[in-house]
Design a protein around this ligand. Structure first.
Ligand code: ADP
Ligand code: MG
Length: 265
């Protein structure tokens, strides 16, 4: 019998398939505030061009996860790579230029700028630093796609809430992101606005070819727009799968009832 060669320590990633060339890959990511984990050992992959939902009760760690991906917060441990490139340690503008666009749970538009100028700021930054990557869409095109063409000269924060959320998406798209992270994009929208947003997100994915990670409390919205859904509970991934499978999972229903949230639709 031939002697077996000594094997290297398989390490903490043992059993996790290597990331494909194009994906937003989150490995074993953790972040504590004080002694409390907001995000704990999260491993999650958003494939190129995929619409992936992220749900979970208030305080589950969803926004923290986006902040860790986009350079707003630095993880205590773990790794985030975008198309094979590490994002950990990059600052917010570097993450944006690398191809990660985002919107905020609490809208953060430049209140002293018009609708057009809000998009222009991101567009100018993107064009100045462009080295390869997808083609930038014109500002007019971005505004028209988001139904904001006629409102270009209005001050951004005078828009109705639903349109401010659309403007945040237009601003994120000005970076021609490879991955778009949306933090509760339908919050404050009425039924018809959120219905239109479902179509818009799918259109964006098709036209921009970007992956989309969408956090949303409205589970009917999630069911309609997402191809897969991940559930975060107390900082940890509870389950990931197709929308029907996940939203009918008794553990997921329990988490929502236990948290006093809406039940899955
Ligand atoms: P979600 O978006 O799922 O509602 P968050 O990511 O906002 O949850 O919050 C997760 C947990 O982390 C909560 O307990 C929250 O209070 C805590 N947390 C988030 N940001 C901070 C911060 N900057 N400092 C301290 N605690 C925070
Ligand atoms: Mg949040």
């Amino acid at each position: 019998m031939t002697a077996m060669p000594l094997e290297a320590d398989p390490g903490p990633d043992a059993g996790v398939a290597p990331a494909p060339a194009r994906c937003l890959d989150i490995r074993n990511l953790s972040k504590r505030f004080g002694g409390v984990y907001a995000v704990r050992g999260v491993t999650l992959r958003c494939e190129a061009g995929e619409i992936l939902g992220l749900i979970g009760p208030n305080g589950a760690g969803k926004s923290t996860l986006i902040n860790l991906i986009t350079g707003t917060l630095r993880p205590d441990t773990g790794e985030v790579t975008m198309d094979g490139r590490s994002l950990v340690g990059l600052k917010v503008p570097q993450c944006a230029r690398a191809g990660v666009g985002r919107t905020f749970q609490n809208i953060r538009l430049f209140s002293h700028l018009t609708v057009r100028q809000n998009v222009e700021v991101a567009h100018t930054t993107a064009s100045r630093h462009r080295v390869g990557g997808p083609e930038l869409h014109s500002i007019d095109d971005l505004l028209a796609r988001m139904g904001l063409g006629a409102l270009a000269d209005r001050m951004a924060t005078t828009l109705p809430y639903g349109l401010q959320r659309r403007l945040e998406i237009a601003r994120a798209l000005a970076l021609a992101p490879s991955y778009l992270l949306l933090d509760e994009p339908a919050a404050g929208m009425n039924d018809s606005e959120s219905e239109q947003l479902v179509d818009l997100i799918q259109q964006i994915r098709d036209d921009f070819g970007c992956g989309v990670l969408v956090i949303e409390h409205d589970l009917r919205f999630i069911r309609r727009v997402c191809e897969r859904v991940a559930v975060l509970h107390m900082g940890e991934i509870l389950t990931i799968g197709g929308p029907d499978e996940v939203l009918n999972d008794p553990r997921v229903i329990e988490v929502y009832i236990g948290g006093g949230e809406d039940e899955p639709a």
